[in-house]
Design a protein around this ligand. Sequence first.
Ligand SMILES: *[C@@H]1O[C@H](CO)[C@@H](O)[C@H](O)[C@H]1NC(C)=O
Ligand SMILES: *[C@@H]1O[C@H](CO)[C@@H](O)[C@H](O)[C@H]1NC(C)=O
Ligand SMILES: *[C@@H]1O[C@H](CO)[C@@H](O)[C@H](O)[C@H]1NC(C)=O
Ligand SMILES: *[C@@H]1O[C@H](CO)[C@@H](O)[C@H](O)[C@H]1NC(C)=O
Length: 332
Amino acid sequence: MDHSKMGIFVLVWLFLLVLHYSTCAADAISERKNVLFIIADDLRTSLGCYGDSLAKSPNIDQLASKSQVFLNTFAQQAVCAPSRTSMLTSRRPDTTRLYDFNSYWRVHSGNYTTLPQYFKSQGYFTMSVGKVFHPGIASNMTDDYPYSWSIPAYHPPSFRYEKKKVCKGEDGKLHVNLLCAVNVAEQPGGTLPDLESVDEAVRLLKTRPNDGTPFFLAVGFHKPHIPFRIPQEYLSLYPLAQMTLATDPDVPERLPPVAYNPWVDLRKREDVQKLNISFPYGPIPKDFQLRIRQHYYAAVSYMDAQVGRLLSALGDLGLANNTMVVFTSDHG
Ligand SMILES: *[C@@H]1O[C@H](CO)[C@@H](O)[C@H](O)[C@H]1NC(C)=O
Ligand SMILES: *[C@@H]1O[C@H](CO)[C@@H](O)[C@H](O)[C@H]1NC(C)=O
Ligand SMILES: *[C@@H]1O[C@H](CO)[C@@H](O)[C@H](O)[C@H]1NC(C)=O
Ligand SMILES: *[C@@H]1O[C@H](CO)[C@@H](O)[C@H](O)[C@H]1NC(C)=O
């Protein structure tokens, strides 16, 4: 795929930045570029490069400053699995007929070629780290390996603790919380999923076939998806006093109930349960709203720092000038 086709292909996605570290036209013609495809989870445009003045996202902003930034873009389905399947097969949800997590497109809709599969068929070495396809049934329990990937997909082992009692509450005890800013050293294994994913991505960049075979490396970050299990230091970037409430917090009048999401998943977390918020429409207390927003932004900054680590690794390994970088999200 040349650069312009790549741009057209991804234009419909929620938002996207393409970085093309090209040196000169001659290099671009003589050499097939590698691709680093980064996808965040539940990221909206809470980024400096999209004009959010609260957000601290220096690494993504710097990438954006050298990139094509797409401003007129859409979430085709506000749920991970169908959104990712749609994006990665380049087909709308109307075509995939996938609206949940419980079917594999090759069986349910069609044996569609995916973006990484296409690169693989063109001689690229393709690798998946973290959440790229939605894991599980949605990608046949294999992240669509071996169709899409040259080697089995990697998932960070510490993700298994994501919904466990690992968040220290005000009582000093461990809980299953929504707000879960942690001391990483105290976490099981002393790490977090997105930290592990960058470690693995860098390891793969170092050990991949180095015989001139170009690579397509997809790295899927779990943040800023809930729970906000993030290194606690990112919270200090967002003092509560500076946080603002949503400008339009109310349930729309005459909203058809079917169009409302009562966030049952959030209600299961112990810190949210404690608030005893009436179901389904009861408002979240304002101080908790502020803390949710603070943690979301902190999760964005934490994820942004991982993007920075990946881009630094490209530089350190001498890959920066022949690797195209794509940054996107599933929806948010
Ligand atoms: C799906 O397509 C792949 C090639 O893209 C092919 O290898 C495989 O046999 C096909 N599977 C079915 C069930 O048609
Ligand atoms: C899905 O995985 C199963 C079990 O590994 C395998 O038998 C089946 O062929 C896969 N489906 C497709 C369409 O490849
Ligand atoms: C929770 O809220 C309901 C009303 O929505 C109230 O009847 C109940 O007593 C509350 N429970 C606690 C433990 O505060
Ligand atoms: C990339 O940059 C390095 C160092 O600046 C240079 O040696 C190399 O030839 C460049 N590669 C390409 C493809 O431009």
